[in-house]
Design a protein. Structure first.
Lengths: 283, 293
């Protein structure tokens, strides 16, 4: 900011804005910071001291080892990774295939299919859980991580919408010239369209990974046992089991779950932000 | 393989759509139709027979026993909260858009809560808002120790505490969207306005606001829908105690705890209708269209 012609009034306003930003940032950071320092405290420190007190030993990893020993941490992380990877592969494949057909071909029933997708997209997923649960029961999927996989991939209309919008911006001349050179429609999809969709795919990968890692409602309903569930259920169950004198252990578990997100957030912040912006305005 | 072009086309269309359309039917369309069907029965979710009761569930919901509708009032708190959130998000987006020093760091910090695990942040807040929890300790440090409250225990305060937790979580997301919309505001107009001596407020009102108004309107609609569907934050922080139960929590409780699937389905349909109504209003006001055909 140039200071040459700054009027006193402007300086005053700028200071006000900075104060507001600093206050807001402190409000954002403080609950996280307190949870973080709590994870290094002994039960006695938790009981006697104030929450804002600095822990006596910042290298006290007792709470971490207690959390890892008492909770199925490895299983939950393995399941989370498994669900994310398989769901993303399915979403990418069926999403780009459907987008290819819907955007590039004109056929009978096409507008009906589009209408179905538009209607389903408008229906909030949370309102149909009561009956969806019965479907999952009859398919024998309740209590299996495959329940999460089919729902994160099969019921994900927003990703399809992003794929269709993206493909719509790619010129059809590319397909046509490949067609003239003798490529089949499948080859065009596989060798031309899919590689061109990479930016959209990476957007979906970022959006969906964040969503699946953080989602609570689907694991809560369909995989109540941690053995088949994600990190959300790990924390939910752990918090059910813990009492007030193991609060610091629970905080250690929270740090374990949040840490990978923080690292990814710092490394990939630009991609996450632009992915979010692209994905957000869906309606 | 030498399929004729027409046959090849048909193969690709059918082959590529078979899986997504099956998934769409099984996991979205069929449950949707079934939901309406269930809402007309008194099914308990277990027994093989479902008795058709017509609109009895709706009647008891709206006329006889309106206790189940009560949680819908809580949406009002979240709606007020989301209006405040949008105002705050717009304010921060506007000032961060002025290329001030550290703008990117502030933007990322405020956005951070949105990408964190739902259960993790809810437990953090549950502890933070406890008596003698983090919030009380912080207030004592800055000299506001006399104003601490029973943030989660007091029924009059807990709703605002939950709204606060919700704003904490989602403010950065709205900030990001508004910030994106602000990129479309031509910067040279600000320069010109500044030379003419326009105040900050005039610059916002005459240059910025008209450009971002559609995006703000859309966000308002989305958060209206959002405030009808609140679940995670209150469920994980209070479990619905002290009158913080939301409509979704009540519906899921009917279905999975009290085994009144018929009634739960009717509640879901009611909620769905409200959401649809909001969306129709949105289409009417903004006329944006959905997937282009």
């Amino acid at each position: 900011m140039k200071t040459r012609h700054m009027k006193p009034q402007r300086i005053l306003w700028n200071s006000f804005h900075y104060i507001m930003l600093i206050v807001a940032s402190l409000i954002v950071v403080m609950p996280l910071f307190i949870a973080f320092i709590s994870s290094f405290k002994t039960p006695l420190e938790m009981m006697r001291g104030e929450k804002t007190d600095w822990p006596t030993n910042l290298a006290n990893f007792d709470n971490y080892s207690r959390f890892i020993d008492s909770q199925p941490v490895g299983t939950a992380f393995y399941n989370t990774l498994f669900v994310i990877v398989i769901s993303l592969i399915i979403v990418t494949l069926i999403g780009t295939m459907a987008a290819y057909v819907i955007d590039r071909f004109r056929f009978r029933g096409r507008s009906l299919i589009l209408l179905a997708y538009v209607i389903v997209m408008a229906v909030p997923a949370i309102t149909t859980q009561v009956s969806l649960y019965q479907v999952m029961l009859s398919l024998g999927l309740v209590n299996s991580k495959w329940a999460l996989i089919v729902l994160y991939s099969g019921a994900d209309i927003v990703s399809l919408y992003i794929f269709i919008t993206f493909l719509g911006s790619i010129s059809k001349e590319i397909d046509e010239s490949a067609r003239i050179e003798g490529a089949s429609y499948f080859q065009i999809y596989w060798k031309v369209i899919l590689p061109l969709m990479t930016p959209a795919i990476s957007t979906i990968v970022i959006l969906r990974t964040i969503h699946i890692y953080n989602d609570f409602i689907l694991p809560y309903l369909y995989t109540p046992r941690v053995e088949q569930s994600t990190v959300s259920m790990l924390l939910f169950k752990a918090s059910d089991m813990m009492s007030s004198n193991t609060e610091a252990v629970l905080m250690a578990g929270i740090v374990i779950v949040i840490a990978p997100t923080l690292v990814a957030f710092i490394v990939l912040q630009r991609q996450i932000v632009s992915g979010m912006m692209r994905g957000a305005v869906k309606g | 393989m030498n399929l004729s072009s027409k046959n090849q086309k048909r193969c690709v269309i059918i082959g590529f759509l078979a899986v997504p359309l099956t998934l769409l039917t099984v996991f979205s369309i069929y449950p949707f139709i079934q939901l309406i069907g269930f809402s007309l029965t008194d099914w308990d979710g277990l027994s093989p027979d479902k008795t058709f009761v017509g609109l009895a569930n709706y009647q008891s919901l709206f006329v006889e026993d309106r206790i189940l509708l009560k949680p819908l009032i809580n949406s009002l708190y979240y709606f007020i909260g989301s209006a405040m959130q949008l105002a705050l998000a717009t304010y921060f987006a506007v000032i961060l858009n002025r290329r001030m020093a550290g703008a990117n760091t502030f933007r990322m910090l405020l956005f951070l809560p949105f990408v964190l695990n739902s259960v993790a942040v809810s437990i953090i807040f549950r502890d933070f808002l406890q008596i003698e929890g983090g919030l009380d300790a912080l207030m004592t440090i800055i000299g506001l120790g006399a104003y601490t409250q029973e943030w989660v225990q007091d029924p009059d305060i807990v709703k605002w505490s939950l709204v606060f937790a919700s704003i904490w979580r989602y403010l950065g997301f709205q900030l990001l969207i508004t910030y994106g919309a602000l990129q479309a505001v031509p910067q040279d107009q600000f320069e010109a306005a500044r030379l003419e001596g326009a105040s900050e407020w005039q610059q916002f009102w005459y240059i910025t606001f008209p450009t971002i108004a559609p995006v703000l309107g859309l966000q308002l609609i989305l958060s209206t829908v959002g405030s009808l569907e609140v679940f995670d934050v209150p469920f994980l922080i209070t479990g619905g105690a002290n009158g913080t139960k939301t409509f979704i929590m009540a519906a899921l409780e009917e279905a999975f705890e009290f085994r009144r699937v018929g009634m739960a389905a009717a509640m879901s349909v009611v909620l769905l209708s409200f959401v649809m109504l909001v969306i129709i209003v949105q289409r009417y006001l903004f006329d944006r269209g959905g997937i282009k055909s």
